[in-house]
Design a protein around this ligand. Structure first.
Ligand code: ZN
Ligand code: ZN
Length: 437
């Protein structure tokens, strides 16, 4: 038995690269990709500051023969490989880390600390797993370059800044991503996932992630002594009424068949037991899929805040002030349904039915949707690749313990499983879309 296996291994080594399967080629790249991952993980950079990370992507793509342009939309990288006639395929990875102090206790944990643009001293961590995205991006670039003879078309590899701010994709598009570089027929990407086991693939045809808006409400009042409320206009009572009334937007105004969330995540007012303050501040996150529901929610919030202010007897110049920038938001991500099903079939054939599962949409946000939002002729798909280490997932299934989510200081994915799965999946998809038939 031993002799037989050694013989097969020797045979595999003797085979030229082109004769290797895609899976074998990914496997051969893994030691180097794991090193790159470790380096990226130890050196996370905040949104708009991804200079070192972008440099690593750019240098690798240049080495592989891509035409590379840096500083697109801030720190963005665009690497183009023109390889004959055929479709244009865009592969995107986001590059930013988060202001989270890593607490995984792992040997390769990030020790980076910075002072943010807002002046806050914080640790920095790839708590959303964008380091696995960048590493897989490099894996895809390597494999597509190595297999150039087997596809025809134009590959546009995009390293995107500032996903966590919901701004990076918009900035790259505004900086001419689709005018200075070939405009894609297809846009593909993945995100690591903290809710299923390492190496499992999840896909969602249609709306996959939500519109995300941040809304601030400043509720003004007239402050005074807590013992003499009749001399005041209490902003805490008014803000409480607003919070209560906001609950009716989703429950009474939006169709039960549409998805929507209005969460008041922050309510700040006052400093002492016996003082009625003159102001209260609310911070909301507002989520939806369609533009119509989004408008309905944002209009409804403004109406309720104003209406409750009037009901409280406030003069016009003291009515609650609602602040929301309708252009600065993360738009919902829509996976072209037929295209997504086609790609899912391809992935099921490659990885097996059990490893590729359809999953319901989530109310989280991702600015990948921007790449196809304004031009429906661009077919797009973002899929999930599970990152929870197998033993941890099994233990959680058994005793019901909570697993760390994305953005958690404890998020420690099985990075090799994520990177090898995503690299193989994205390369197989790009090769299929630009196949020579
Ligand atoms: Zn994130
Ligand atoms: Zn993310």
């Amino acid at each position: 038995m031993r002799i037989l296996w050694t013989g097969i291994a020797a045979l595999a080594l003797a085979m030229p690269a082109a004769a290797q399967t895609l899976g074998e080629q990914v496997k051969a790249e893994m030691p180097s990709l794991v090193d790159i991952y470790a380096d990226l993980h130890a050196h996370p950079e905040l949104s708009f500051h991804e200079v070192r990370s972008a440099g690593i992507l750019a240098a690798e793509a240049k080495r592989l023969g891509f035409e590379v342009t840096e500083k697109v939309g801030g720190t963005g990288v665009v690497a183009v490989m023109k390889n004959g006639p055929g479709p244009v395929v865009l592969v995107r990875a986001d590059m930013d880390g988060l202001p989270v102090t890593e607490q995984t206790g792992l040997p390769g944990a990030s020790k980076v600390r910075v002072t943010t643009d807002e002046g806050v001293d914080t640790g920095v961590m790839h708590a959303c797993g964008h380091d696995t995205h960048m590493t897989s991006w490099i894996g895809v670039a390597r494999l597509m370059a190595a297999n150039r003879a087997n596809w025809s078309g134009t590959l546009v590899m995009v390293g995107q800044p500032a996903e966590e701010r919901g701004a990076g994709a918009r900035m790259m598009l505004e900086d001419g991503l689709y005018t200075r570089f070939p405009k894609p027929d297809y846009a593909i990407a993945f995100h690591d996932a903290a809710q299923f086991p390492a190496g499992k693939i999840g896909y969602t045809p249609g709306y996959a992630l939500a519109n995300v808006d941040s809304v601030d409400i400043t509720v003004k009042g007239v402050g005074g002594h807590g013992a003499y409320p009749q001399t005041t206009r209490d902003p805490i009572v008014l803000a409480s009424r607003i919070v209560g009334a906001l609950q009716t937007l989703v429950s009474r105004e939006v169709s039960p068949l549409d998805s929507a969330v209005v969460t008041v995540g922050s309510f700040h007012a006052g400093a002492k037991h016996n003082i009625i303050p003159d102001e209260a501040k609310l911070q909301l996150t507002v989520r939806s899929y369609t533009d119509a529901v989004r408008d309905q929610l944002l209009d409804g919030i403004a109406r309720i805040a104003k209406g409750e202010g009037i009901a409280a007897g406030l003069p016009d110049n003291k009515l609650p002030v609602v602040t929301v920038d309708r252009d600065e938001y993360t738009p919902s991500t829509y996976n072209t349904p037929e295209f997504t099903e086609e790609m899912a079939t391809l992935l099921k054939t490659r990885f097996g039915e059990a490893r590729v599962v359809k999953m319901p949409p989530v109310m989280g946000g991702e600015d990948f949707g921007r790449f196809s939002r304004d031009d429906k002729s661009i077919k797009s798909m973002i899929f999930w690749v599970g990152g929870v280490p197998a033993d941890e997932y099994a233990a959680a299934q058994k005793d019901g313990r909570a697993l760390p989510s994305l953005h958690s200081p404890f998020w420690a994915p099985d990075a090799p499983a994520v990177i090898s799965t995503a690299t193989e999946a994205l390369t197989a998809m790009a090769m299929e879309l630009m196949g020579k038939g």
